[in-house]
Design a protein around this ligand. Structure first.
Ligand code: GUN
Length: 278
């Protein structure tokens, strides 16, 4: 029998604790959320982030910029937000339109980089030093912690090598003493590598890609994907129905990693505000 890792429930408990902590701060906590363009998935993510801010008592400053925004216009906004003392966290929703370079994100001071994407924060993670941990990988680690899943000495396989999920989760697992393998589109023998995983993390954006013959009996499976299947229904990168009975633990989509990402964004923003009050 598998255990479902309920990201909504875990989020609820973290958010309620967080909401108490935020109410005890002497100043309002502020998060600026910047969305450039009309990507419909991004619009939903941003809406959910703003809703979560309301829920935990963070003041959100939403900036919706049109698709034809120039690099300079985005950079000017980021400079303004960097100097704004009421803003403790700045989030630019990715992906940006193709004509805008992610170099713009360098204008976010690392203390306000609540996504943990800056070179400073990435470096801290690699060096196992204090810093802001990217929200999705942080949320995954929290889920493993809540479920008392042992990481030390385990074979962890990460499928996907993105800067947002694959690379940082690999580093976090390594920092927790797992033996980590990172797979990607050019990996040979993916099936056998996945099958060696005690902990399998999948973040590739391909609907139902991981099938039961790629999963070891008793594995912990974390599905970061958010896709639509043939009939338009939300689904992950893991073929849940075929894989679930092989797992000791598995995350659902929706209701797994997604809510945890937003919860850890709220947490990172709180930490950023608290630090600024010192
Ligand atoms: N796009 C997909 N995931 C994320 C995330 O965690 N943060 C930001 N800023 N953009 C994203």
């Amino acid at each position: 029998m598998y255990k479902l890792i309920d990201g909504k429930e875990i989020s609820k408990s973290i958010r309620s604790e967080l909401s108490n902590k935020i109410s005890l701060l002497k100043k309002a906590v502020g998060l600026a959320v910047v969305l450039v363009g009309n990507n419909s998935a991004s619009q939903v993510y941003v809406k959910n982030k703003i809703k979560a801010c309301e829920e935990v008592g963070i003041k959100s400053f939403a900036h919706y910029l049109p698709e034809n925004t120039s690099q300079t216009e985005l950079e000017n906004l980021l400079k303004k937000l960097a100097d704004d003392e009421t803003v403790h966290g700045i989030l630019v929703q990715l992906p940006l339109p193709k004509h805008i370079s992610e170099d713009a994100l360098r204008l976010i001071p690392h203390e306000k980089d609540v996504d943990g994407f800056s070179a400073e924060n990435v470096g801290s993670l690699c060096l196992k030093q204090k810093g802001t941990v990217p929200c999705t990988p942080y949320g995954i680690m929290k889920m493993l912690e809540y479920e008392n899943i042992d990481i030390c000495g385990k074979n962890a396989v990460v499928v996907g090598r993105s800067n947002i999920v694959g690379k940082p989760i690999a580093m976090l697992l390594l920092n927790s003493d797992a033996t980590v393998t990172v797979c990607h589109s050019k990996t040979k023998n993916l099936k056998d590598i996945c099958k060696s995983a005690d902990i399998l993390i999948v973040a590739i954006g391909k609907a139902k890609f991981i099938k039961s013959d790629m999963v070891k009996d008793g594995a912990v499976v974390i599905d970061v994907g958010m896709n639509r299947d043939e009939s338009g229904k939300l689904c992950g990168d893991v073929d849940f129905e075929s894989v679930k009975d092989k797992c000791s633990h598995i995350t659902p989509v929706p209701g797994g990693v997604g809510p945890m990402t937003i919860t850890m964004l709220m947490y990172n923003t709180y930490v950023s505000a608290k630090r600024s009050l010192k």
